[in-house]
Design a protein around this ligand. Structure first.
Ligand SMILES: C[S@@+](CC[C@H](N)C(=O)[O-])C[C@H]1O[C@@H](n2cnc3c(N)ncnc32)[C@H](O)[C@@H]1O
Length: 274
C-alpha cells in the first residue's frame, strides 16, 4: 500500500460515517439494494471501459470492491480515497495500489496519465458546485485524450423514494431532513439521527451540465438500478440466476430512457475526454 502523508480535507462527520467500516460488504449484502447497484454498475462498466490492461484511477474507491473486480479483469488499478480505513482495506486487494487523496486535488497524478477515471462516490459528498467542478476538472486533467470519465451520483429523489418504501417518511423528524434534501440537493443529517451523512443529491440534468462545464461534454447517462430498487421482490429475485438475467436485460433496455433516469437510486454519467 502506498499512502500519501497529506491529510485530505474531509468533513469530520463524513469521515466518521466511513470509519464505521460499512463499505466493505455494502454491495454484497443479501438485503438492501447494494447487490443490484453492484451488478448493474459492473454491467455498465463492462460495456463502457476500454479493454484491459487499461489504467484505471478509482477516485473515492472506498474499500476497493470495484477496484478488486477490475484488477481481476486484467486492468491496472490505482485507488485514491480520503479515508485511511478504506485505503488500508483497498491496498490489501490483489492488483490494487491504494493511496490517500481527495477528488478535488489529484496532485500526485500527472496530466493525461490514465485511461479511465472512476468517480463512484466522491460527488455524493461535495455540496458546493465549485467543489464538484474541481473534482470533474481533476478527472479530466488526469485522463488522456480519448480516455473515459465515469461518475456516479445519487439522484435527487432517492431519499424520498427510499424513505417512502421503508415507511420512515411518515416520521416527522425524518421527513424534514428528506424534504430539505429534495428541495436543493443538500442532505444535512440530524446530528443525533440515522440519516446517512452529509451528501448531495443531483438532478440528472444537473450532473450533465456540470460535466459540460468541466469540459467533459457530451455525456451519456444511465440509471443504475432503474426503478427496480424500489420493488419489494428485487432482493429475493437476485437469488435466482434466471430472474437476475431477465431483470438485468430489462434494465439494460430501459437504462437511458430520459423519463426514467431520475427514478433510479443512482445515475452513471459517462464522457469521453476530448
Ligand atoms: C458510498 S462510498 C463508494 C465507494 C466505492 N466507490 C463504491 O462505489 O462502492 C463513497 C466514497 O467516496 C469517498 N469520498 C468522500 N469524499 C471524497 C472526496 N472529497 N474525494 C474522494 N473520495 C471521497 C468516501 O471515502 C467513500 O469511499
Amino acid at each position: 500500500m502506498d499512502q500519501s502523508t497529506s491529510a485530505p480535507n474531509l468533513r469530520p462527520d463524513i469521515l466518521a460515517h466511513y470509519e464505521l467500516g460499512q463499505e466493505a460488504d455494502r454491495l454484497s449484502r443479501r438485503t438492501g439494494t447494494g447487490r443490484l447497484e453492484f451488478l448493474r454498475t459492473k454491467d455498465l462498466l463492462s460495456r463502457t471501459l476500454p479493454t484491459p490492461p487499461a489504467l484505471v484511477l478509482d477516485v473515492g474507491g472506498g474499500s476497493g470492491v470495484y477496484a478488486a473486480w477490475l484488477a481481476q479483469q486484467g486492468y491496472r488499478v490505482e485507488l485514491v480515497d480520503p479515508v485511511p480505513l478504506h485505503v488500508e482495506q483497498a491496498g490489501r486487494q490483489p492488483g490494487v495500489s491504494a493511496r490517500l487523496g481527495d477528488a478535488r486535488d489529484l496532485h500526485d497524478a500527472a496530466d493525461a496519465s490514465v485511461d479511465v477515471v472512476l468517480l463512484l462516490g466522491p460527488l455524493y459528498h461535495l455540496q458546493e458546485r465549485e467543489e464538484r467542478l474541481a473534482a470533474l476538472g481533476e478527472a479530466r486533467r488526469v485522463t488522456r485524450p480519448g480516455g473515459i470519465v465515469v461518475a456516479a451520483t445519487i439522484n435527487r429523489f432517492s431519499a424520498l423514494h427510499d424513505s417512502l418504501a421503508k415507511g420512515v417518511y411518515y416520521t416527522p423528524e425524518r421527513r424534514v431532513v428528506i424534504d430539505a434534501g429534495t428541495e436543493n440537493g443538500r442532505h444535512i443529517p440530524r446530528p443525533e439521527g440515522s440519516d446517512f451523512t452529509t451528501a448531495f443529491f443531483h438532478a440528472p440534468e444537473q450532473i450533465a451540465e456540470e460535466f459540460t462545464e468541466a469540459g467533459l461534454g457530451p455525456s451519456r447517462q444511465y440509471g443504475i438500478e432503474g426503478a427496480a430498487w424500489l420493488m419489494p421482490n428485487t432482493a429475493t429475485d437476485l437469488d435466482d440466476p434466471e430472474r437476475t438475467e431477465v431483470l438485468l436485460a430489462a434494465l439494460r433496455r430501459t437504462e437511458s430512457v430520459p423519463s426514467l433516469l431520475g427514478a433510479s437510486s443512482h445515475l452513471l454519467t459517462v464522457a469521453e475526454r476530448g
